[in-house]
Write a protein of this length. Sequence first.
Length: 690
Amino acid sequence: MSIHYSRDGDIAILAADNPPVNALGQAVRQGLADGLARAVAEGARALVVYGEGRTWFAGADIREFGKPPVAPFLPDVCAQFEAAPIPVIAAMHGTVLGGGLEVALSCHYRIALPDTRLGLPEVTLGLIPGAGGTQRLPRLTGVDRAIAMITSGRPIDAGEARAAGLLDQVSARAPRDLGLAYARALLAKEAPPRPVSALPTPEPVDFEAARAAVAKKARGQRSPIAALEAIEAATTLPFAEGLAQERAIFQSLMQTDQRKGLIHAFFAEREAPKLPELQNVAPREVAALGIVGGGTMGAGIATAVLLAGLPVHLLEMSDEAADAARSRITANLDGALKRGKISDGEHQQMRDTALTVGTDDGALSTADLIIEAVFEDMAVKEQVFARLDAVAKQGAILATNTSYLDVDAIARFTARPEAVLGLHFFSPAHVMRLLEVVVGAATAPETVATGFALAKRLKKVAVRAGVCDGFIGNRILQHYRKAADHMVLDGASPYAVDAALEGFGFAMGPFAMGDLAGLDIAWANRKRLAPHLEPRERIPSYADWLCEAEQFGQKSGAGFYRYEGRARSENPEALALIDKDRAARGITPRAFEAEEIVARYMAAMVNEAARVVGEGIARRPLDADVALLFGYGFPRYHGGPLKYADLQGLGTILDRIHIYAEDDAYFWASAPLLEQLVRDGKSFDDLNKS
């Protein structure tokens, strides 16, 4: 049974017992409706609702996603609770999210434990609250707070909720005891039911200004704007009409591609770490970790490890480099302290006890796992791994943070290739969530399992990648970035390309992003690959010329853009070099509309992602989607490049590629997997299910 009914004198009690998170599945909804009816029928004077286990209702049951809804529906259950003739008390703890908070809003009184977090995250799934959340919350908290919570989807803690008027009491007692004590106090003073719908209509705000602010943050996502529309209805319509408006908006969003993309992203994130070959494989214990190299990346990895509660020893080449590495890590930890991620005590313990930095190889002899994060050069990697193999204890795992290099070749530098894997972090490593776990030909399943277990402990989203130049993400990036470069050669400005792709939903276009990362990084990679280029490949020169002029992007003050602080403007020198490159090739520039820029960029991304899946570098299309979502800023509401392709229609994408290939058959050669799927009438999502 999902809902347990009991009595304590005049007080009826409903205890949710649907582990792990008391999700609001059909049986739970039915239990709530039946429990309320029973309490009223038996003459109870008050009703307390609480959750067993670790939380109150934490939202919808994901097992029902995509299936036809089954009665009783949540809006109806909420309406029944609000209309109850006896006081209904929500005694909450844990995570009170989505429909769970909507149930609480339909209760007459709301109390919670201090560590409770409350939120309406429906916009993150392309929806809005559909059981009264947009109508009830503004009546309790005011419109500004409701807008902030609902359009962002971010939860607030119990203290904030109490101050905002969402909670009546915050107390550190067991939820059942807390609810009973509060109910007895209400009965003692004969407090009546207090439906939120009976509260005054909330005062409106400047919704035009709010709409502009929400739209800027949403970057093309529809649900936050739709949520604002529903909240505005709470200020202009009677409660029942506002509920109807909310429901109509909710139903319209259910049909959108953005909702489908966000649902796909939600499930893909959870499926990516689930590998059949690791089902019965236990990871090795990692109690102490070593890092070689304390530059930006190594310091970021060390910070992530410390924040996860693991001790780390960082090895550097000199005392000066060691001091610089410690300063970088300390600065990162200072930032975490300032943002409230860690306490003063945790900050001091991490900085002074958990972190050691030095120059002696022997200090790594006790590490269970060692991550190399040195310069991206195979000769340097060979020296480092030969040294690590000599000092690391038996059973220790050796990992490389390489972004492009051959993990199999690196493994051959050791006598333990089965214990070598790639752990490709993304910069800044203590912030970015993606971690590519690169599996070599000799990597043992136990080693892979340990990589995924570490990722989970570091709160990273891990994706399995095979060995090739650039693995999943950087290999796909190289290809779609070339498509952008080709458009600029042919007449588009880098600024038009960036604007079109930012309009599509990327936070930054590829040229602004290149400036942020440093143009010299891509320049070094181009030089590394130059001896292996296919003669038919079309390689622009303008980016190399920018680097030769020491215009590396933000860090040098100029790249494709000029920078004054954070402000950027067009760089005439970059445009002159682009014109020079076109003239040297005899290219007459043509105009590119935003629609064509997006179509070409996405076709290149999808095509290369299909190759990566077809070759087994990514096991499933969802792995490529997750890599681009969490490592490369792909707009989440499109679901990832291959989900986007499914939604557009694979035939449509392939037809575009065939057209583009008429001008450049080498670059636009279509991926065999994409051709096969179109022939068979299948989608990438079909491969995720196989």
